[in-house]
Ligand binder design. Sequence first.
Ligand code: GTP
Ligand code: MG
Length: 361
Amino acid sequence: TESRHASRARFFVAELSQALFDFVIQLLPTAEEMAVKEDVRKLLERLIRTIEPDSRLLSFGSTANGFSLRNSDMDLCCLIDSEERLSSSDMVTMLGDLLERETKFHVKPLAHARIPIVKLSLDPSPGLPLGIACDIGFENRLALENTRLLMCYAMIDPTRVRTLVLFLKVWSKRRKINSPYSGTLSSYGYVLLVIYFLVHVKNPPVLPNLQQMPPMRPISQDDTHVGGYNTWFFDDIELLRQRWQSSNTESVAELCVFNLIDFFRYYSRDFSYNTGVASIRAGLLKKESKGWQNDLSSSKYNDARERNRFCIEDPFETDFNVSRCVTKEGLYLIRGEFMRASRVLAMRPRALTALAQLCEE
Ligand code: GTP
Ligand code: MG
């Protein structure tokens, strides 16, 4: 019976890994969608240059980091390479006016938001059946750097890392726990949880820690600091692919499934939500050591307490808690979903049933 048990387990893993790949592949953006988005970026860049000739419009977030799903929105960042430039909020106002005059986009300039942006959307049309949503921000160099870091992690082991991340993004959206505005976690937060897990929890690790590897050549402060934060990381991915042989020898297929099962188990049972901070830079940290504790005894700090229920350190902006928007109720929902997913997988249903059940809306 032992060998029967083992062969059933093997069958479960093989079948589920195949189903997982197939599921993720049909969610990837088409080449056509990527091309349309690139055209939109170029068009917007041309228009912005009529206001600021020395500007560049770069894409960040999922369109640039390899974790994009079909029809995900487009995050764009405008960098202006001249000394005397307009403030971000003036740029938002001017660009908003210009786009309203010159294009068919629906335009919403948020000049006075904490981070001023222009929000754009385009209605569905025959060539673009789902329309397009796009945010344009200014001078957000840290976001460009963290996008590059996530892209490098995705490239070290494209199949395993991307399959896991993309599946979790869809899962969290369908289960309605991917919404910082309503107290749950952003996609960026989930991606950091996956990388943290693959670098610091899996033993042996599936990914190296790119921020702690020895540099290949001396590095100067100027090249590596953005806004006072150290953004250096090992980014020679070609070299890394040759050198980094994870001592984790589970096969690609097995790893995807085991990673998924272990991921849900870790975040439903083992992660110390009350005292721990997940840091991809430094491993598990203590809230105390960052001054992020939730002091449940005092009501005076109601707001601060709410902001540190769940703690994920930004890879570069280390004083910034990426999950600061997660509320008590939000965390309860998220942990409930991790537990539910663990339960579903533990019953080893047939693969298609498992995926359908996991992502049930
Ligand atoms: P989808 O839009 O759901 O496809 O996911 P996404 O990968 O684009 O993630 P998201 O929209 O959550 O974030 C987009 C980018 O914004 C990230 O890659 C980061 O560069 C940046 N970003 C988002 N949230 C934060 C945050 O809280 N702090 C910082 N520093 N950057 C953030
Ligand atoms: Mg996005």
